[in-house]
Design a protein around this ligand. Sequence first.
Ligand SMILES: Cc1cc2nc3c(=O)[nH]c(=O)nc-3n(C[C@H](O)[C@H](O)[C@H](O)COP(=O)(O)OP(=O)(O)OC[C@H]3O[C@@H](n4cnc5c(N)ncnc54)[C@H](O)[C@@H]3O)c2cc1C
Length: 446
Amino acid sequence: MVLQKLGIIGFGASAIGFLKGLVDSGKMEKYQIVIFEKGKDQMHNTISGVRMDGKIFISRSMGGEIDVPLDIQAKMVEFYLLHSGFKPTIKNEGNFIEYLRSFEKDGKKIEFGESFADEEVYRRFYHQGFEPVKAYFFHLGTDILKQTNQSIYEYFSSFKNVEFRFSSKVIDIEIGTPFKVVTEKGEEFYFDELVIAVGRSGHELMDRIKKKYPHLVSENFYVDIGVRYELPNHVMEKYWDMYEIKVRYKTRTGYLCRLFCQNPAGKVTLEKYEDFTTVNGFSDTFDKTENTNFAVLVTTRFTEPFKDPTGYGKNLAKLANILAGDDRKVLLQTYGDFKEYRRTKRLGRVRPTLDERSYILGDANLVFPAKIRESIIDFVENLDKVIPGVAYWDNLIYAVEVKFYSNKFNNNLVSGLHVVGDCSGWTRSIQYATSMGYLHAISSGG
Ligand SMILES: Cc1cc2nc3c(=O)[nH]c(=O)nc-3n(C[C@H](O)[C@H](O)[C@H](O)COP(=O)(O)OP(=O)(O)OC[C@H]3O[C@@H](n4cnc5c(N)ncnc54)[C@H](O)[C@@H]3O)c2cc1C
């Protein structure tokens, strides 16, 4: 049998899903596979959830804009759990949530949460105007993810037809028969099928592809801009059993504001891009802090003739870096000072979890346009009515947090080309990126 040559660019969540899909659908042995990864090895620390936090959920309404059946989502969670050293303690007899919840490692159950399972809580948010998003969460934790990545790498590299090429940054591709792949070192490779799975950190390559093949992508008009919010655990503790509170709210400016990526007893961290720095959050399984953090983001939509929402977000982030005096620092302010237009000179009771070398006490009012500022405040004030303490004056805001939406890639136009995961514009989570890769592999020609 002549093996089909398959190239995979990037080894993150979506590539993992694609490879698993090939295994599950029995197509693995039909291919000779080369995986290009710009990281120096499987343990490299490119910013991504598969390496940074590992909160994997099952939900119909968050994390991506593709339809993923719940049993496929459950399969993805099971895969990550098994490769993290967790083992089921009951048989899978159809109730996949019960089955996944039973996973244990060293006698410790997997951290699990179910958002808005309590009808009373659901209604409380609903009556205050929030739209609660339902989901199940499984949290691996940063400290475990190293093992997860190592185990997944060992599993796929055990297939004789799979070759990993680390420190191989792909800088260009050419669509054709065959597909051409060019690396930074000037090497050229040719493939019958090509998977592009470079995530958000692959934006340079994606920008190039979009310029070369504009007919394959649709315009994007959105960017989510806001802050990382940090407050004492005891304010949020009551809601910890659901692990993540994810709600949307239509603010008085007309803009939609959302709370997501909650990290109980977690830490705020920097997200470093080439020429600017934003904020994010994560939590370790064992190294707990006294604070909880989450993102408060305003969805900003533009219309023609403006065509650069990503540039808009980047420039606001850069402005915060400029005010912080360094492109690797962000602004930190108390919520009370932010509300009163005062620069923060002194913090109150909440101690920041971000390293003090990474922020400057400042005034985020010098960064945010009024509509975004008003939306954040309206959101926090209303949330405080449901969770008293959220609007304490000395809670912390870190600016800027940005979530970029990629242009959406049309996968139906070129046969043999799969653009999957966050770089496709269709996903923004481990679950949806992995599932998208998986669904492409099981439905591909093979
Ligand atoms: C700090 C942080 C925490 C997060 N936490 C969570 C979380 O807890 N739960 C969750 O669901 N989501 C989380 N996310 C989002 C999640 O990580 C992504 O949605 C998901 O990893 C996307 O998968 P992907 O395959 O598209 O990209 P990735 O997983 O990012 O993989 C892309 C891979 O491609 C490689 N690459 C990029 N460019 C090139 C190139 N030119 N040549 C070769 N290789 C290249 C990268 O090095 C990377 O390994 C988090 C994101 C960040 C930044």
